[in-house]
Design a protein around this ligand. Structure first.
Ligand SMILES: [Zn+2]
Length: 567
């Protein structure tokens, strides 16, 4: 059946197509953007409202065992965001760790159509995929954890980049993963022995490889496999005062880019930009980090902004969560994933009365304001670690309005300004910057423009968000409340050519896709028949190799991006 939509009088910003704000029409047919809408199409009059490609979240925690355990841990959180059944909308609950439908509907009403789950443990991939299927309105991708993978670390120790690449290729295809995620590389494995790694040159116990060696080898492996995304890294020493040195040293590991895409993506960099030596003298080192970023086009970061209020923190970085638990003494969970990785979870409250929290809040904003190129600094909260993603509109408003930042300054700990440069920054981001930081930049960094994501040129996937904001008459510097409200609730969210949300209500059952990658390797590099790999697998894992791969039934609508490895 031919389905068409014609959006008229749209104020379009489509950075990947070079459109920086033009009144134009957008035509949709059969889920794709086309030159001309078919006869009988539904007509939507956008009336000069801001119209963007569907939002893309390139780092969020919404699905999988860790997320689900976060739900168990905080029944009070589950009570917070309850909505009853309405039309096609299922019951939802939860604020910082909502149900999958809660996540999906909230993203939809904010105009988001694609979400990358930040950390999937390969052994527990089925759970992630089951929850992807129950996140109906967003296409999903899974960052796949390799930070403490024993086979990978052995290949790193042998300096065998090709073998590391082969292990990655086999694993991503087996678990239907999208990209390489390294979380505190080596540190989570060390935590299995009650330790952590102190810096990027500190060897992992029993493996005698360093985080720097793991990172560099995996960057090379990633490029050999020609994966769409780069290595996606959560640096060592997250949340440790003085950790900016580790972050700078890590950025120096990124080799120059061969093509248009970065060679290293650093996530939630706010948590990695601290000066000082203890929590008492923690300070912002955003200027040092931004200076390095501005000189390295091969690096892309996301903000990891924190916002004040209650949330749940969750990460594969087990030792970090333990350190955080020792500060808060609230609830704590820790989990080891055999031969691969681990995780930790604690609920937190970020307070305007806490100087440390105020410094953290300032740093995230500073990174975005100091990064000269918006394509290199993407908007995120590391949902829900820095804040639930429903806070994005407030972050956008803060970035677009110095006046709003000044108003917030009056509410926070007055000592903050001695430790951060935020209030000396005049910059106010514009609509184009925001469009880059919330969709176009993500699509480019993830390498998914090739499947029509993140832009509105003919042939692109018809994922479109129309916001009740009129850039031609609205001054975001002054009318920041309106900016916040407008980005919270689209007039229309269109997913693959169907209106899925209108005026804050979800109007159809969804049917999302899961995007995964398969790098083709020569038979000699097929780990499924490699004697050493299979012997070790059978010896150490509690599951058999044949039971490990995720069956197709878990991905009812899988989209595979295939590459040809240069092996
Ligand atoms: Zn994360």
């Amino acid at each position: 059946m031919t389905q068409g939509i014609l959006i008229k009088n749209a104020y379009v910003i489509d950075p990947l197509s070079g459109i920086r704000g033009e009144i134009m029409d957008i035509a949709i047919r059969d889920g794709r953007i086309v030159e001309e809408a078919p006869p009988g199409s539904e007509v939507i009059d956008a009336g000069g409202c801001l119209t963007l490609p569907g939002g893309i979240d390139s780092h969020s925690h919404v699905c999988g065992t860790k997320v689900n355990f976060g739900r168990y841990m905080s029944p009070e959180d589950m009570r917070a965001g309850r909505t009853s059944r309405k039309g096609v909308m299922h019951v939802t609950s939860g604020y910082s760790v909502p149900t999958t439908f809660g996540n999906s509907y909230r993203y939809s009403t904010m105009g988001y159509t694609t979400v990358l789950e930040g950390a999937m443990a390969p052994l527990e991939a089925r759970h992630t995929h089951e929850e992807f299927t129950a996140t109906p309105h967003q296409d999903m991708l899974a960052n796949t954890l390799f930070d403490g993978n024993w086979s990978v670390m052995e290949a790193v120790r042998e300096k065998d980049v090709r073998r590391a690449a082969a292990i990655v290729a086999w694993t991503l295809a087996a678990v239907r993963g999208f990209a390489i995620k390294l979380t505190n590389p080596g540190g989570t494995e060390a935590w299995g022995w009650g330790k952590d790694v102190a810096n990027i040159h500190d060897p992992v116990p029993h493996f005698e490889v360093t985080p720097a060696e793991i990172i560099s080898t995996m960057i090379q492996a990633n490029e050999i496999l020609r994966l769409p995304h780069s290595v996606h890294l959560h640096c060592n020493n997250l949340g440790v005062p003085g950790n900016f040195q580790t972050t700078l040293e890590t950025m120096d590991l990124a080799p120059p880019a061969q093509g248009d895409r970065q060679t290293l993506y650093l996530t939630h960099v706010q948590f990695h930009s601290y000066g000082g030596t203890t929590w008492r003298d923690i300070s912002s080192k955003s200027e040092e980090i931004a200076r390095s970023l501005n000189s390295k086009p091969q690096v892309v970061i996301d903000m990891g902004q924190i916002m004040f209020g209650r949330t749940t923190t969750m990460t594969a970085d087990g030792p970090m969560e333990f350190k955080l638990y020792m500060l808060h003494h609230n609830k704590w969970s820790n989990h080891d994933v055999e031969l691969e990785t681990g995780s930790g979870i604690i609920p937190v409250y970020y307070s305007r009365k806490s100087l440390v929290n105020c410094v953290m809040w300032a740093i995230g904003l500073e990174l975005a304001l100091l990064a000269k190129n918006p394509w290199q600094c993407l908007l995120s909260t590391d949902n829900p670690n820095g804040a639930p993603f429903v806070k994005y509109p407030e972050i956008i408003a803060l970035l677009m309005s110095r006046r709003m930042r000044e108003n917030e300054r009056k509410e926070i700990d007055p000592r903050t300004e001695h430790y951060v440069p935020l209030f000396a920054l005049d910059r106010e981001l514009d609509w184009y910057d925001i469009a880059v930081m919330t969709r176009a930049g993500q699509a480019k960094a993830l390498g998914i423009t090739r499947i029509g994501k993140g832009h509105l040129a003919p042939g692109a996937q018809a994922d479109v968000a129309v916001y009740p904001l009129k850039p031609e008459s609205l001054d975001p510097s002054v009318d920041y409340q309106q900016v916040m409200a407008g980005f919270s609730r689209t007039l229309y969210t269109i997913k693959r050519g169907r209106v899925v949300a209108r005026d804050g209500d979800v109007v159809v059952e969804g049917a999302n896709s899961t995007i995964w990658t398969r790098a083709r390797v020569p038979p000699a590099y097929d780990m499924g028949s490699d004697p050493e790999f299979t012997r070790k697998f059978d010896q150490y894992y509690t599951v058999r190799l044949r039971n490990y791969p995720v069956q197709d039934v878990y991905l009812p609508r899988g989209v595979c991006i295939e590459t040809e490895a240069a092996l």
